[in-house]
Design a binder for this molecule. Structure first.
Ligand SMILES: [Zn+2]
Length: 425
């Protein structure tokens, strides 16, 4: 991906690597998890809710105590800044998100934010100044579950989504992003200023089972896979489930029945890295004794390899269109969302790899299966990510968890990688 500035310099880490305070990081995670805590041990802290505001306030209080300045913008992003020795230099950034899914966990996103804060606290502990300023970004509405554009705040910040389009997004009850920013007293009119960024690193739980399965504590994330989402709508005709003979129905579910085995076969043909998920299947009117008049389903498609991804997409589109034609039903398959793959910056990847090596951690090179704010940041600044294992690969789940040792390991890598980029080693 095109960079707008030269590659950052990665200074070698001499002597003993620095270490974070893993207990403090864990206690911050547990304190944050109480905001929006669910009875089954997870978190429901969706973007721009009262819970989101409480989380921002708690984080800001910790940041001010750690001698950071706090700034918000009208996309709802929050930035914590630790001054550099030369404060006019571009920042070395770390960040993620504090919002969760409705039945989310304690670590998705929150870990990246609090690992960034922990880097600042660890630098304060040893009285270490960095040449470049350090910032921790909290990106607004990463999850996209309440307001339907995932990674919204980072998309506005990076210039990929107009601010007005973000403000106009509405939730299920019709409240807009703009109204909620105003209601919560978040700087709804502060300009979105994209500060110059030397390099950006995001720590995150893997959200998959690979690191745990191979017993490695650090994933060196080299990029993010291609991904898109389709919406398929099929029109049928409502009819009584009793009197209407099978061969006289216009039943849209038959299109799904024919297409599904072909969709899974298409994914299987593209190898072990292909991902295909039919996550929404809706019939209307949704009555047990009425042949549906309408069917809607979604297909989420992902692949790290561009050629395989393109082939999988064309196979999916052909399968659905053929099934529609077979049953002579009106309908269409429409691409509703796409995020092309991202290749992260070699210097940032190198900084992560070098930090993990100095710390003695086993690493695995990985391509992220999920989208992250770093996809947007990578469009305008050198970027990479650090993954740590999560138990059973579970995420977007109230049972999501990770070990304190792995979380501390990821933060240690973040600390030393940021130091090597920001000039503090
Ligand atoms: Zn996340």
């Amino acid at each position: 991906m095109a960079q707008q500035q030269p590659a950052p310099t990665v200074r070698p880490i001499g002597g003993e690597p620095r270490r974070v305070n893993g207990d403090r990081l864990w206690s911050h995670l547990m304190a944050m998890a109480q905001i929006g805590a669910t009875p089954r041990g997870g978190c429901n802290r969706q973007a721009l809710t009262d819970g989101d505001l409480a989380a921002r306030r708690l984080l800001s209080s910790w940041a001010r105590a750690a001698v950071c300045t706090v700034r918000e913008d009208s996309a709802g992003n929050l930035f914590l800044r630790r001054a550099g020795r030369n404060d006019a230099l571009p920042v070395v950034m770390s960040g993620s998100h504090l919002d969760t899914q409705p039945t989310g966990g304690k670590f998705d996103g929150v870990y990246g934010v609090l690992a960034g804060l922990e880097v600042i606290e660890a630098l304060n502990d040893c009285g270490l100044a960095t040449e470049h300023p350090i910032e921790v970004a909290v990106w607004c509405n990463e999850e996209g579950c309440r307001f339907p554009v995932a990674m919204m705040g980072s998309a506005v910040w990076s210039g990929r989504l107009p601010l007005a389009a973000a403000h106009a997004l509405t939730d299920g009850s019709g409240r807009s992003v703009r109204e909620e920013l105003e209601r919560l007293g978040i700087a709804a009119d502060a300009p979105v200023v994209r500060q110059p960024v030397l390099a950006s690193l995001e720590a995150h739980i893997e959200q998959g089972p690979v690191l745990e399965r191979c017993g490695r504590s650090i994933g060196v994330v080299t990029g993010v896979q291609n991904m898109c989402r389709y919406e398929v709508v099929v029109q049928g005709q409502e009819a009584h489930a009793g009197p209407t003979p099978m061969d006289m129905r216009r039943d849209p579910v038959r299109v799904l029945a024919e297409a599904l085995p072909q969709l899974y076969a298409a994914a299987r043909a593209r190898g072990e890295h292909a991902r295909l998920t039919v996550g929404v299947i809706e019939t209307s009117p949704g009555s047990p004794n009425t042949v549906p008049g309408r069917l809607r389903f979604t297909i989420d498609v992902r692949h790290p390899d561009g050629a395989d991804y393109a082939r999988l997409r064309s196979d999916i589109e052909a399968s659905v269109r053929t099934a529609l034609a077979h049953h002579a039903l009106a309908g269409d398959i429409r691409l509703s969302w796409e995020a092309p793959g991202v290749v992260f910056d070699p210097a940032c990847i190198g900084a992560v790899r070098a930090a993990a090596s100095v710390l003695g951690y086993d690493t695995l090179d990985m391509v992220s299966g999920a989208g992250h704010d770093s996809c947007n940041v990578a469009a305008v600044a050198p970027t990479a990510m650090i993954f740590v294992p999560c138990a059973g690969g579970l995420s977007h789940n109230e049972a999501e968890t990770a070990s304190p040792a792995d979380l501390a390991a990821g933060a240690n890598v973040l600390l030393n990688a940021m130091l090597s980029l920001a000039g503090g080693v």
